[in-house]
Design a protein. Sequence first.
Lengths: 302, 317
Amino acid sequence: MTTARTLDSKQQAIVDAAQVAVQSRGYWATVAGRIRDDKVTIVCGLVVLLIVFSAVFADLIALADPYKASMLKRLAEIGAPGYPLGADEMGRDMMTRLLYGGRLSLFMGISPIVIALAIGGTLGLVAGFLGGRVNMLIMRLMDVFYAFPSVLLAVAISGALGAGIGNAIVSLTLVFIPPITRVTESVTTQVRSLDYVEAARASGAGSLTIIRVHVLSNVLGPVFIYATSLISVSIILASGLSFLGLGTEPPEPEWGLMLNTLRQSIYVNPWVAALPGVMIFFTSLSFNLLSDGLRGAMDVRL
Amino acid sequence: MLEYIIRRVLYVIPIGLGVTVLVFALVHMSPGDPLSAVVPPDAPEEMVQDLRKAYGFDKPLPIQYVTWLGRVVTGDLGVSVARGREVVDELRIAVPNTFILAAGGTLLGFTLGAIFGGIAGYFQGRWIDKLATAIAITGVSVPHYWLGLVLVIIFSVEMNVLPSIGMGPGGSTAWAWDAEHMRHLVLPVVTLAVIPMGLITRTVRATVAEILNQEFVQALHAKGLFQRQVLMHVVRNAAPTTLAVMGLQLGYLLGGSILVETVFQWPGTGSLLNSAIFERDLPLLQGTILVLAMFFVLLNLLVDILQSAIDPRMSRQ
């Protein structure tokens, strides 16, 4: 008897796959083999690496200073001499700013998932392992957060806290804790009821030992893959907050904020104004395809 | 089933209360004095104290919460600080506008998603399936606020065939079923439809593929039913899941249209939220979030009940 909303199809697939994981021995070897055969996933993995790499080493790759403005070069066309991707409304080199912009956009998109994974993972593990009242308390609390559409929750929290990178990360973390908790709880509940956990308990192992040795090793993999599937949404939302003027503040280069400030210039040089969105799109698409590939490889029933 | 519906309806009460606590807490989380938006910085201390008392900000938080809840239950969401009008009146204008956008987006997304997903699931593994899957993953990966901007660039800036901002001629804020308003609706609705299109394509594809692999479909074929009749069975079985996803998407679009409304300057709840945030208009912020969240809670309820009506297995979990 459950009145709470059940898992969505993506979450269910993770939970089902986790069951297979604990039952077979050479499971991870099979998964690795499948990924090796899946060209799309490997290419997407490489694209993700390339995007991360170019953001981290932006100061080595970029040709110009991301903050240096020039009155004469304002909104230069794509392909203007010295400005391969044009210039923004202050005459700053677009290519440089797009490279540097990846730093903040990726940081603001990925760090909420990492923090939410730590908090939500712990909550879900505790709820799933202890069951009963504790489970009830934690999961009902999560249901309250589920009562908000994710964009609304993110905008509401960062709107109340005010603009700033830190506040945007806090709000996105709160958005992603409930789904991660839910998945972790489902997987943990499933693993906990398996025979070998019962056997460990019968042979006198304490709760902590059981969690550390038997439960955690089986829960971490699926939950981790579920979390990677959230990165794409997180990046879109993080840039969306900056686009609204809530995340990053000028003159910091960040894709969402660049899209926002260049919006005024769409009648002057429309295609330069659209460039930051192309970066958000490609990043989010590669993360999505990568996590789909990982999830598909994990689901041996297919 | 009746028992399930009653239990599900009663469950709305604790969730609804939780939502009010969260929305109340949100506003008190915000930095700075809640009075700062109304009181000029050089106001005399006495006046500030009087106002604080008048607004009830001098009382302990739990008492403030109960007082606020009591007013909310009777439909009083307070007065907008920046606009000097009742929050309820502002919402009465904005909510229908957002609803038109969200309903249009959901309908378009659902129609396209059901077609793409159905075809993809039916022709599983063929090129047409791969194409539909690619469209779906593009749909869920695209930052929709950017897509809106690109559509404006193509259809308003370059081709000059569709309006780029607003809901109707002359900054209209009331919807009318005429050609001008419809023209304004096209770009925002297409933009909003992309995410539900992607999600519904995925769901329908997975559901149809799963149903086609079940034994009862073979049995139907064996019985000698025509392809068309078998398809009816598939649709009937795929309906509950699809319906659930669609209902939730409508809720997500209602609450999540803020980005698209900002791009198109659509006079809905998103624009209201946007100005409430930047004018630090806390009553307006609180009221808008609360109403949108409550819509989402009720929509969830409706989806669950409809789903259990179509598929009795749901209520027996």
